[in-house]
Design a binder for this molecule. Structure first.
Ligand code: COA
Length: 260
């Protein structure tokens, strides 16, 4: 399979997946999500790959979110489909992958970028990284699992504050919140990821895959919050605030929400 938006470097027993759209701060467009889906499916099947590192190219961004230019004119139905398809193709896939996936957050991890990092089994970050869920500043809500996974990782109150303020937190704060496990300099980041991944690969990969299943099982609810998120995300696409929020971003100006 050939890829134009990601790079896969197999250094058995590790594989490093790099999202490679640095000019767009590695924003997740449709093709990138599709390529990541294909790559993770193949890597999970590759018995020589015992741990996967996921990062972004360049020093500025891990992923600066879903590609806003692709969904700015979506309808309610299309918005709902965007969230449902993305969750299924990538975010749920990564979370439930039997091979461990470490997110290496090398810069901005915003919106879909933070949601992707949160789908990984754990995260480490550079001291330059910045994280947040800025969706409400665009008149929409996180739609790739952010309303569910952020409270799981940092607690409900902190998640509510981050989501409502659309603010960004530093790597140090993320460490304090438990959102990332380690913070090191940019130069030390990939070596640390490889060291942690190597440690993992010394252990039983079968046992690790069962451990992933067991840990994830503890976070399954009877009421499906992810479906509630998809519905609410889709509904945002019918609002004037969403039209204004995304248009303002693409026109590089501050949003002036009619609903505020
Ligand atoms: N979707 C589409 N394009 C994006 C993007 C996104 N989520 N994030 C960044 N880009 C693009 C910019 O439009 C710009 O493209 P251009 O050079 O063709 O104009 C390029 O990436 C560089 O971004 P820029 O905004 O110029 O960099 P900056 O250093 O001034 O700001 C950020 C960096 C991360 C603060 C800013 O890009 C940003 O706010 N991005 C959107 C974050 C967001 O809301 N994500 C959630 C989406 S649901």
């Amino acid at each position: 399979m050939s890829y134009s938006n990601i790079i896969i470097d197999k250094k058995y027993p590790l594989a490093i997946v790099t999202i490679n759209r640095p000019k767009k701060l590695n924003a997740l467009n449709r093709d990138t999500i599709q390529e990541l889906h294909g790559a993770f499916v193949l890597l999970e099947k590759d018995e020589q790959v015992k741990a996967i590192i996921l990062t972004g190219s360049g020093e500025k961004a891990f992923v600066a979110g879903a590609d806003i230019s692709e969904f700015a004119d979506f309808s309610v139905k299309e918005g709902k489909k965007l969230a449902a398809k993305g969750q299924e193709l990538l975010f749920d896939l990564v979370e439930n992958l039997s091979t461990p996936v470490i997110a290496v957050v090398n810069g901005f991890a915003l919106g879909g970028g933070l949601e992707l990092a949160m789908s990984c089994h754990f995260r480490i970050a550079s001291d330059t990284a910045k994280m947040g869920l800025p969706e409400v500043s665009l008149g929409v809500i996180p739609g790739y699992g952010g309303t569910q996974r952020l409270p799981q990782l940092v607690g409900k109150g902190r998640a509510m504050e981050l989501i409502m303020t659309a603010g960004m937190i530093s790597a140090e704060k993320a460490l304090d919140y438990g959102l990332v496990n380690h913070v090191v300099s940019q130069e030390e980041l990939l070596p640390l990821a490889e060291k942690l991944a190597q440690k993992i690969t010394n252990n039983s990969s079968v046992a690790i895959s069962y451990a992933i299943k067991a840990v994830n099982a503890g976070f399954m609810n009877t009421v499906n919050g992810y479906e509630a998120e998809i519905k609410a995300f889709g509904a945002c696409f019918g609002t004037d605030d969403f039209k204004e929020g995304t248009t303002a971003f693409l026109e590089k100006r501050k949003a002036n929400f009619p609903g505020s």
